[in-house]
Design a protein around this ligand. Structure first.
Ligand SMILES: Nc1ncnc2c1ncn2[C@@H]1O[C@H](COP(=O)(O)OP(=O)(O)O)[C@@H](O)[C@H]1O
Ligand SMILES: [Mg+2]
Length: 232
């Protein structure tokens, strides 16, 4: 494998046991992504986008095929080992944010650092700076319930960047945002991609966001129906 490869997916398949037999939601998906690259995954609802993202990020295990993330074949690892790989390399922005309701915005952004046992004054300063960058400098002490959907999404993005991830996965990062806020969110994501060389994998319905990626993969019924390089 090329040393510059950040993510390599081969013949990836995911099936669930269903009442009438087996439900295959991803079938033989494959692609390879270099470090610092940006990929959009698009397709209709139910086509397997969230499932694919979760498998690539090591949140879930495949039924068949392999995922190599930052040089580690994660499909065979147990949950603890996958958690270590995620903590070292991965940022993830979930479709429904998944903020901790009992923690403030600042504390939520600090969660990845606490997990590493590396909490410090510097970490808190960085968390405040990231919240400032997503336009929430004045909201550090607010709880998720006190924030709008778009604001919670921005907290989730700040949290994802706290680890300085090599690769960032975002599931519909502009799904709940109005056009202006969505554009600001896109600026942040691509700005950090440029500045830090963070590899991006975005699931999105937003065509502007998809077009800003170097590559667009379209899923339908769990298979790749097109894989297009965007001219820059
Ligand atoms: N845990 C599960 N058990 C059974 N079916 C599932 C499970 N998770 C997802 N699916 C099914 O897999 C298909 C793809 O889901 P998903 O990846 O969430 O699609 P998308 O994100 O493109 O809308 C859907 O038909 C969904 O119902
Ligand atoms: Mg989804």
């Amino acid at each position: 494998m090329n040393v510059q490869t950040m993510l390599k997916v081969e013949r990836l398949t995911k099936s669930y046991r269903a009442a009438g037999g087996t439900l295959t939601v991803l079938r033989e998906v494959g692609f390879e992504l270099g470090a610092g690259a940006s990929l959009a995954i698009v397709g209709p609802s139910g086509s397997g986008k969230t499932t694919l993202l979760g498998l690539c990020a090591g949140l879930d295990r495949p039924t068949g095929g392999s995922v190599v993330l930052a040089g580690v074949s994660i499909g065979e690892l147990d949950e603890d080992a996958r958690a270590r790989v995620r903590n070292a390399h991965v940022g993830f922005v979930f479709q429904n944010f998944q903020l901790v309701p009992t923690l403030t915005a600042l504390e939520n952004v600090l969660v990845p650092i606490e997990l590493r046992g590396a909490g410090s004054r510097t970490a808190e300063e960085e968390a405040r700076a990231l919240l400032g960058r997503v336009g929430l400098g004045a909201r550090c002490d607010h709880y998720p319930v006190q924030l709008s959907g778009g604001e919670q999404q921005r907290v989730a993005l700040a949290r994802a960047f706290m680890n300085r991830p090599k690769i960032l996965f975002c599931d519909e990062p502009t799904g709940n945002l109005d056009d202006d806020t969505a554009a600001a969110m896109a600026e942040l994501i691509f700005g950090l991609n440029r500045e830090r060389g963070t590899t991006l994998v975005l699931v999105t319905h937003n065509l502007d966001l998809a077009r800003r990626c170097q590559r667009v993969i379209r899923l339908k019924g769990g298979t790749v129906i097109s894989d297009e390089q965007i001219g820059v």
